[in-house]
Design a protein around this ligand. Structure first.
Ligand code: KIV
Length: 258
């Protein structure tokens, strides 16, 4: 097991695991110091490409963005989301994950699903590919509106069962997306690997958010998203000043000319 994965596992019950997404080098460089794990999420489909589903994200998009992110990550564990329909069978998953690991030099992959993908997770882990699981809302397979998980007894039982299955299959952690607070607490207590929450309360071992959301680059109105800065207003102001200075011939001055 790599020291970076050991570091994540060791944090369980000791200190919170800090995770953020990145889709490019410049952002990755700035968040690396403050993160334990950086995820190249397939959320890039909606955030950057305006897709209405992550299903449209391709393997080559993930690879190209991850190569860029890799240039900015030195300290954090770098995990790449495997897009929809790239891990339907053991053979397909291994081939595609190996390709992603080789081309992007990432430290592991993230897959959505529980019982359905247990053999695939096990196969990848046996073949030395670290896997981060993803349960609760799973954007690649969600039907209709995104609704929080754990409201019914059946749903609760299924998520608990899936968490234990992923743990047994060898996943090193599980992202819990929009899982009800007491259920997140129960799962976090009952499994030995860390849970990373997104909209799943502070009862998880760590938290992840989409960096573009916390920077105010998206127009997200999702309940769990906290905007830490309104970067759009800074961009607008810089563009406005540039426009003014070029129009009024204040830029470029001698200092900015050869
Ligand atoms: O695609 C993504 O960015 C994700 C996280 C937000 C968990 O899956």
């Amino acid at each position: 097991m790599s020291p970076k994965i050991k570091n994540i596992l060791n944090k369980k019950n000791k200190s919170k695991i800090i995770c953020l997404t990145a889709y490019s080098k410049n952002i990755a460089e700035e968040i690396d110091k403050y993160s334990d794990l950086i995820l190249v999420g397939d959320s890039l489909g909606s955030v950057l490409y305006n897709y209405n589903t992550t299903r449209k994200v391709t393997l080559s998009m993930m690879i190209e963005h991850s190569k860029s992110v890799r240039q900015g990550v030195s300290k954090s564990l770098l995990i790449v989301d495997m897009p929809y329909n790239t891990y339907r069978t053991k053979a397909e998953a291994l081939r595609n994950c190996k390709n992603v690991m080789k081309q992007t030099k990432c430290d592991g992959v993230k897959l959505e699903g529980g019982n359905k993908i247990k053999d695939i997770v096990q196969h990848l882990v046996i073949n030395k590919i670290p896997v981060l699981g993803h349960l609760g809302i799973m954007p690649q397979t969600v039907k209709g509106k995104f609704k929080s998980k754990g409201k019914t007894t059946n749903e609760r039982k299924q998520i608990i069962r899936d968490s234990k299955i992923l743990e047994k299959a060898g996943a090193f952690g599980i992202v819990l997306e929009c899982v009800e607070k007491s259920l997140a607490k129960k799962i976090t207590k009952e499994i030995s690997i860390p849970t990373i929450g997104i909209g799943s309360s502070n009862n998880c071992d760590g938290q992840i958010l989409v960096t573009d959301d916390i920077l105010g680059l998206t127009k997200s109105k999702i309940k769990f998203v906290k905007k830490y800065i309104d970067l759009r207003s800074y961009i607008r102001n810089a563009a406005k000043k540039f426009k003014f200075e070029v129009s009024s011939k204040k830029y470029p001055t001698k200092k900015y000319s050869y």
